[in-house]
Design a protein around this ligand. Structure first.
Ligand code: NDP
Length: 284
């Protein structure tokens, strides 16, 4: 497929951006859809992010995914924003309108829920409390999506309790902050347990959690996807719990992004998971 001078342009920006899998995923979907479009990586400097984004206003680009460390600053650049982005305090997608305005959205939360639907079919987020380990940006986005989806209670367990408390302050009384000591009690009633810390990234141990304490139908998810089968997920699997991996979340957040940027649905025929696994050096 040739890219013409009228091609729709989309992309991803981050610092660094060179490890992003988004160009691979989106360009495969573009090729399958046969549309005149391109998806490119951009690496603005830490100082130049706002100038870069504002310079794209008015039609230079259709949409831009945003990754670490710019998601909060991306939301601040947006003129309008979705409820999810506002609740998450971060935008991972900016859509550039022809009138020069920018709309911010957050597809990480829908990505998380989509991954659970795909890998733990039938799971009901409204049925039991959620335990999130970690209180950073990823945890915040997860809390927003889970509350909007009807989770009855979300407990945040974090090394730095004050950071977990910030989420309680932001989201209200359905969210509680706890330290590791409260974990056994929280796990005993949990329907969903999510690792949103960076523990386990690149191998090594994930956060402590005795999955034998959880209800038998509990689902365990790890946002970390390098390696794919993290130590955290391996422990959950050994305890007989259903698991959801972080790669599926990453792939699922790309779907609404593609739709918003190019106005077309990505083809389910493209094996983006297989492509991503190959890139990660994981067996397909
Ligand atoms: P942040 O840096 O904002 O937060 C990191 C979190 O990990 C904090 O809660 C921090 O605790 C905790 N943490 C870090 N080191 C330790 C440690 N040694 N012991 C205990 N806790 C620790 O990162 P993000 O929230 O942006 O990302 C978290 C993870 O989620 C990353 O691995 C990231 O790659 C992954 N992610 C995956 C996505 C996907 O699509 N699959 C999307 C977004 C993120 P403290 O507050 O005490 O420092």
């Amino acid at each position: 497929m040739t890219i013409s001078g009228a091609a729709m342009v989309g992309g991803v920006c981050g610092a660094p951006v060179k490890h992003s899998m988004s160009p691979l995923i989106h360009n495969a979907w573009i090729a399958a859809a046969g549309i005149d479009a391109v998806y490119a990586p951009f690496a603005p400097t830490l100082e130049s992010f706002e100038a870069f984004v504002n310079g794209l206003r008015g039609g230079a680009i259709k949409g831009l995914n945003v990754t670490i460390p710019f998601k909060e600053r991306a939301l601040a650049c947006a003129d309008t924003a979705s409820d999810l982005a506002r609740m998450a305090g971060a935008a991972n997608l900016l859509v550039f309108k022809e009138d020069g305005s920018i709309h911010g959205d957050n597809t990480d939360g829908p990505g998380l829920l989509g991954a659970i639907t795909a890998q733990a079919p039938g799971f009901d987020v409204t049925a039991a409390p959620v335990v999130i380990l970690g209180a950073g940006g990823a945890a915040r986005g997860a809390v927003a999506a889970l509350l909007l989806a009807g989770a009855p209670k979300v407990a945040i367990v974090n090394r730095t309790l004050a950071r977990a408390q910030e989420l309680v302050d932001a989201f209200g009384d359905k969210v509680v902050a706890a330290d590791e000591g409260a974990l056994p009690e929280l796990l005993a009633e949990a329907g969903l347990i999510i690792n949103a810390t960076s523990l386990g990234l690149g191998g090594g141990e994930g956060p402590a959690a005795d999955f034998a304490l959880t209800p038998e139908n509990a689902v365990v998810m790890d946002m970390v996807y390098k390696p794919l089968r993290t130590e955290f997920l391996q422990r959950a699997q050994a305890a007989g719990r259903r698991t959801v991996d972080g790669l599926e979340m990453l792939l699922r957040q790309a779907i609404p992004s593609f739709e918003a940027i190019y106005g077309a649905a990505p083809s389910p025929e493209v094996d983006v998971r297989g492509m991503a696994l190959k890139l990660l050096g994981e067996p397909c």
